[in-house]
Design a protein around this ligand. Structure first.
Ligand SMILES: *[C@@H]1O[C@H](CO)[C@@H](O)[C@H](O)[C@H]1NC(C)=O
Ligand SMILES: *[C@@H]1O[C@H](CO)[C@@H](O)[C@H](O)[C@H]1NC(C)=O
Ligand SMILES: *[C@@H]1O[C@H](CO)[C@@H](O)[C@H](O)[C@H]1NC(C)=O
Ligand SMILES: *[C@@H]1O[C@H](CO)[C@@H](O)[C@H](O)[C@H]1NC(C)=O
Ligand SMILES: *[C@@H]1O[C@H](CO)[C@@H](O)[C@H](O)[C@H]1NC(C)=O
Ligand SMILES: *[C@@H]1O[C@H](CO)[C@@H](O)[C@H](O)[C@H]1NC(C)=O
Length: 382
């Protein structure tokens, strides 16, 4: 077998990739629990209930620095009665009220230049098109702090009432006077198909895997169909560091083997962390790569591991999104099927036109490596 790049160059490429990547692994558990925090304040019980039913509570508990803009039962009742929203629309709207940064009451009153645009979870889930999903927080002249969705024509339609709970730099829960209006979040959503998994994975440190899925059209199509199915969809995305380490090998795979490898990272059902953990040692999961392409999930204390039968065991290191019927976890190793697949185009006998085919294949691999480098360097944006 011929290496597709000289060894020092591979090492160089891998090192470059490692350095180009930013650590963005999310830890699985922190101290705060939004459900518990709000349960001490019955006037927010409706808001609290919907945070749980939309699975946003888990998303909030998972984040390290977060601000929740809570609306009382009156405000929630008015919204539910007037708009009769679906659960998906409720999720979108509530995710606009969760800011991906820590804003205690003090910080809200000391916003630099008195005004800032802050990314909400609506932005972070990839549901928001373009630059929508930002919340304008403005400290207005009379000492009040006003909030408004950026896509709401500059109208700041809510203001800070009081602080409910502050755990400095981890979580801040504040009451605001009413739900923020956002034409984008309000748009009737039809289902989980709205999620853009490319965007979500890229934002959580799986740029390369996201790129490979998006650019392998048969795989992207299968994933899309499955996300829209009733049974749901589970995906394990290897972090950029894991992909960088695997890249030389990936470059050697045939097109078909690449598809199989990508499909091997997905399950055709919604499998929450809880389900993964309770499955026990005999928890054999059949992947989208087909029968025979299965792996075993093992729960060791806090850690969920995936055993493919080949070399390293992959550990689940974080959650990109958990919103039934879709869940995406990050893993620290590429999952390699134990079932052997046609690994190397180079090992095939080379026919009369072999020279050309070979140099074409070599060309494709170079192209592949440089595109992946470009993705990581941020030249191609997701
Ligand atoms: C804030 O989060 C960090 C990291 O998870 C944790 O170590 C710390 O105990 C938390 N602080 C409080 C006050 O809960
Ligand atoms: C948060 O608290 C609720 C009840 O107060 C509990 O059901 C839930 O399991 C807790 N979540 C975590 C992640 O501990
Ligand atoms: C926030 O909205 C106010 C009122 O429309 C506007 O004057 C201000 O420039 C906005 N702030 C930012 C950072 O866009
Ligand atoms: C898992 O796949 C292997 C082949 O890799 C096969 O022998 C085994 O029967 C499969 N197990 C289950 C439970 O499907
Ligand atoms: C696949 O798994 C079986 C049983 O776990 C093992 O005997 C075999 O060596 C594995 N194959 C490879 C290629 O690692
Ligand atoms: C996801 O977002 C990216 C970049 O914003 C876009 O190129 C792609 O078409 C989107 N995919 C879907 C399925 O909407």
């Amino acid at each position: 077998m011929q290496p597709f790049l000289p060894t020092p160059m591979i090492t160089g490429v891998v090192l470059f990739l490692m350095m180009a990547m930013m650590p963005s692994t999310i830890k699985l558990s922190h101290g705060h629990n939004i459900t518990t925090i709000l349960s001490n304040h019955p006037e927010f019980s409706t808001f609290n209930t919907y945070l749980s039913t939309t699975h946003l509570a888990e998303e909030i508990n998972r984040r390290l620095t977060i601000t929740v803009l809570a609306v009382d039962n009156d405000g929630m009742s008015k919204f539910l009665a007037s708009k009769k929203p679906t659960l998906y629309t409720i999720r979108n709207i509530l995710s606009f009220h969760i800011l991906a940064d820590y804003f205690g009451a003090d910080k809200l009153h000391q916003i630099s230049h008195r005004s800032a645009l802050v990314a909400s979870l609506f932005q972070a889930t990839g549901a928001a098109p373009g630059t929508t999903g930002f919340v304008n927080v403005t400290d207005i002249i009379d000492g009040r702090v006003a909030f408004g969705a950026e896509d709401n024509d500059g109208v700041l339609d809510s203001h800070l009432v009081k602080s409910i709970k502050e755990i400095p730099y981890n979580i801040s829960v504040v009451e605001i006077s009413g739900l923020l209006n956002s034409p984008e979040a309000d748009a009737p959503a039809t289902g989980p198909i709205q999620y853009n998994i490319t965007t979500m994975m890229s934002r959580e440190g799986c740029k390369v895997f996201a790129y490979l899925v998006a650019s392998t059209s048969n795989v992207a199509r299968i994933f899309e169909t499955d996300i829209g199915s009733n049974a749901g969809f589970t995906l394990f995305c290897p972090t950029d560091a894991a992909m960088a380490a695997y890249l030389p090998k990936y470059g050697q795979l045939t097109e078909e083997a690449r598809s199989t490898l990508l499909l091997y990272h997905a399950l055709p059902t919604y499998t929450s962390m809880q389900t993964l953990k309770t499955g026990g040692a005999r928890n054999v999961q059949t992947t989208l790569a087909g029968s025979g392409y299965n792996f075993t999930v093992k729960d060791t204390e806090e850690l969920v591991e995936i055993q493919t039968g080949i070399e390293d065991t992959a550990k689940v290191t974080g959650t990109v999104i958990d919103a039934q019927p879709l869940v995406i976890f990050t893993v620290d190793h590429v999952l390699e099927p134990n079932e052997s697949f046609d690994e190397s185009a180079d090992e095939k006998p080379i026919a009369a036109d072999g020279g050309d085919r070979k140099s074409n294949a070599l060309g494709r691999r170079w192209w592949f490596v440089w595109v992946v480098l470009a993705v990581l360097a941020g030249i191609v944006q997701f």
